[in-house]
Design a protein around this ligand. Structure first.
Ligand code: ADP
Ligand code: MG
Length: 238
């Protein structure tokens, strides 16, 4: 589970087509990176998939079902927010359990899922702390834990590392890649950072002004960029 298909997706704000017409298939288990310069529509595209914005026209299928007008909670996807979105007054346990509590899951089942997420993320010994008592990397892992407990068909990341320092970014990149390798769940990861895209992705989607310039593996994009925009952006020698 975790196949997502966009068919002629258009998103306009007033007269402006921020996303004119996108067709894209994301396969189950893929790590897909949306990359492109600031303002090119990466966040908008992710929010359309998440259901946080409605498409103006077109269709979004999730696992073969038309999900175009499903509310976010019914799509089975989990957005990972930046770590500053944690609740400072709640313990790590309560932060991670929050979506389960909202869904009305019994407390013993919440605890089981929290323990499982904490084990995956090496947070077992930190469950009683508050976010302010954690390192930046640990805080980021708590934000990911909140998504893991929902057992989503796909994880959606919108520049999750952009407020971390350079060294921590490299570590977290590696951790998210390892998480993908162990969970094998579809991940869609938005970034404006080419290095992040090239090191993390199975498949890169290069966006420019709301259009897809090229879709391919990091090696394909590097060795066979479709045009000068891709070559320039990826830094390949065309
Ligand atoms: P990115 O994430 O790639 O930086 P965004 O998806 O945030 O880009 O934005 C793409 C374009 O859509 C930008 O020009 C932005 O100003 C515009 N945009 C995004 N959200 C809105 C909105 N709610 N109303 C009007 N314009 C918007
Ligand atoms: Mg953005």
């Amino acid at each position: 589970m975790g196949k997502i298909t966009l068919k002629h997706v258009n998103k306009s704000f007033g007269d402006v087509a921020v996303i004119p017409d996108i067709n894209l298939s994301i396969e189950d288990g893929e790590f897909v990176v949306f990359v492109g310069p600031s303002g090119c529509g990466k966040s908008t595209l992710l929010r359309l998939i998440a259901g946080l914005e409605d498409v103006t026209s077109g269709q979004i299928d999730i696992d073969g079902t038309d999900a175009t007008y499903l509310p976010p909670a019914k799509r089975g996807l989990a957005m990972v927010f930046q770590s500053y979105a944690l609740y400072p007054h709640m313990t790590v346990r309560k932060n991670i359990a929050f979506p389960l509590k909202m869904a009305g899951l019994p407390e013993d089942e919440q605890e089981k899922k929290v323990q499982n997420a904490a084990r995956i993320l090496n947070l077992t010994n930190y469950l009683d702390r508050r976010p302010g008592q954690l390192s930046g990397g640990q805080r980021q892992r708590v934000a990911i834990g909140r998504a893991i407990v929902r057992e989503p068909a796909a994880f959606l990341f919108d520049e999750p590392l952009s407020n971390l320092d350079a060294a921590l970014r490299v570590t977290m990149r590696q951790e998210i890649t390892e998480l993908h390798q162990s969970l094998k769940t579809t991940m869609i990861y938005v970034t404006h950072d080419q290095v992040e895209a090239m090191t993390m992705a199975d498949k890169i989607v290069v966006l420019n002004a709301g259009n897809i310039e090229q879709v391919g593996s990091p090696l394909e994009l590097y060795h066979r960029p479709a045009n000068l925009f891709v070559a320039g952006f990826i830094g390949s020698p065309k």
